[in-house]
Design a protein around this ligand. Structure first.
Ligand code: 2PG
Ligand code: MG
Length: 446
């Protein structure tokens, strides 16, 4: 077995033009791997903390030279000589070195880059595609992949951003993501084709109504200055219709409200309409939206600290709508366990950089899966040209992926990797259909 010979890191840039860390691991047999850390804009308080050069004026305090120093002085000497196929051993070593509850000493950004670089190097050493290697790590961790019918691997159904608001598009609309899910697609390639049509027609519709639809938001979706959140939903529904698809049957909607980011002193400031709602009014609004529109999935519809509200919302909607905790759970085992114990949400967004290491990410996935929570593997709004997230989604059979729109290459890196994996798998791969049987399909009433 190859052992780690060298660990190095450098400062590179992410899709928002911000500095980020890239780690590289080289083994004694010459195999190597590298990975970069993504970065969120709408971050949960319980996420692993990023280590940035806040005290330095360089790059507005967003540089990562301190993190590079910690790799050189602390991490590299401690990992040297470890067997590269021992991902758990490597990750535990990183956690020992950090020894803080929120990764503030070494930084979650540093840890995720090193942890994923190790996984890449091991895959290289074993001469395996990354998703095959990650699959065996997932199995070792006790994460049993969801059954894939006749196929051996489950490709994730994409949840694709069409319109952005919130912190990703200048806060005109407070809802952060308006997404579509091609729920009836039979293959990942077909899912992409459906998304392509809706996205193209949506652009035409926005432009013909006088909205800006040439520039893109952080995740590649349109970021027009619409009148209100409902208008965004309605124009997407129109785009689905005009694509000769049936909203509710062929394509359903999902929202990421990222509600923590417009929650102030117990009120949801849902601009530009529905201002200052209390929790009960916000829940009513969610009930009304999910009754009127084919919305099957709500992410962070309430703030991360509004646990009572979450509980009530789950009681009211949890049987028919996917309720995803993103900021709420922050891919954090303790928060997930607490939430599950309270009957909060029924799904979890999985962001490896919220957790820190791959091993912790897999542990959260395992726990969520055992409790029957759905898993949605997700990129960040500041992401990179890397595609490991796609491999992770396939390896774990998570069933769903959320990486933004189909423009901007940091998004396409993941989608295109899934197309490649689907092709390589042939009959061994099958697209997940999480909205095939489990949730009542929304029947359109107009
Ligand atoms: C989210 C993500 C991706 P960010 O909230 O789900 O859409 O955004 O990376 O800014 O947290
Ligand atoms: Mg989110």
């Amino acid at each position: 077995m190859a052992r780690i010979r060298e660990v190095r890191a450098r400062e590179v840039f992410d899709s928002r033009g911000q500095p980020t860390i890239e780690a590289e691991i080289v083994c004694d047999d010459g195999s190597s791997g590298r990975a970069m850390a993504p970065a969120g804009a709408s971050r949960g308080v319980a996420e692993a903390q990023e280590l940035r050069d806040h005290d330095s004026p360089r790059c507005n305090g967003r540089g990562v030279r301190q993190a590079l120093e910690r790799v050189r002085q602390i991490i590299a000497p401690a990992l040297r000589g470890l067997p590269i196929d021992d991902q758990v051993g490597i990750d535990l070593r990183l956690l020992e070195l950090d020894a803080t509850p929120n990764k503030r000493r070494l930084g979650g950004n540093t840890l995720v880059a090193i942890s994923l670089a190790a996984a890449h190097a091991a895959a290289h050493h074993l001469r395996l595609p990354l998703y095959v290697h990650l699959r065996s790590l997932a199995r070792q961790s006790g994460y049993c992949c969801l059954p894939a019918g006749n196929g051996d691997y489950l490709l994730p159904l994409p949840m694709v951003n069409m319109i952005s608001g919130g912190l990703h598009a200048g806060r005109n609309l407070q809802v952060q993501d308006f997404l579509i899910i091609p729920r009836q697609a039979r293959s990942f390639a077909e899912a992409m084709e459906i998304v392509y049509h809706v996205h193209r027609i949506l652009g035409q519709l926005l432009r013909s109504s006088g909205y800006e639809a040439y520039l893109v938001a952080d995740e590649g979706g349109y970021g027009p200055k619409l009148r209100n959140n409902e208008e965004a939903i309605e124009v997407i529904l129109q785009a689905i219709h005009r694509s000769d698809l049936h909203p509710g049957r062929d394509v359903v909607l999902a929202l990421d409200l990222a509600a923590s980011h417009f929650y102030r002193q117990g009120k949801y400031q849902l601009a530009p309409s529905n201002k200052d709602l209390d929790t009960a009014a916000m829940i009513e609004l969610m009930l009304s939206w999910t009754n009127h529109y084919p919305i099957v999935s709500l992410e962070d519809p309430l703030a991360e600290e509004d646990w009572q509200g979450w509980k009530l919302l789950t009681q009211k909607l949890g049987a028919r709508v996917q309720l995803i905790g993103d900021d709420l759970f922050a891919t954090n085992l303790c928060r997930l366990r607490w939430g599950m114990g309270q009957g909060i949400a029924n799904s979890i967004l999985i962001k490896p950089n919220q957790a820190g290491t791959l091993t912790e990410t897999l542990a959260v996935m395992r726990e969520a899966q055992r409790a029957g929570y759905r898993l949605i593997v997700s990129a960040r709004s500041g992401d990179t040209e890397e595609s490991w997230l796609a491999d992770l989604a396939v390896a774990t059979g998570a069933g769903q992926i959320k990486v933004g729109c189909i423009t901007r290459s940091e998004r396409l890196a993941k989608y295109n990797q899934l197309l490649r994996i689907e092709e390589a798998l042939g009959h061994q791969g099958q697209l997940a259909r999480p909205f095939g049987d489990l949730f009542e399909p929304w029947t359109i009433s107009q």
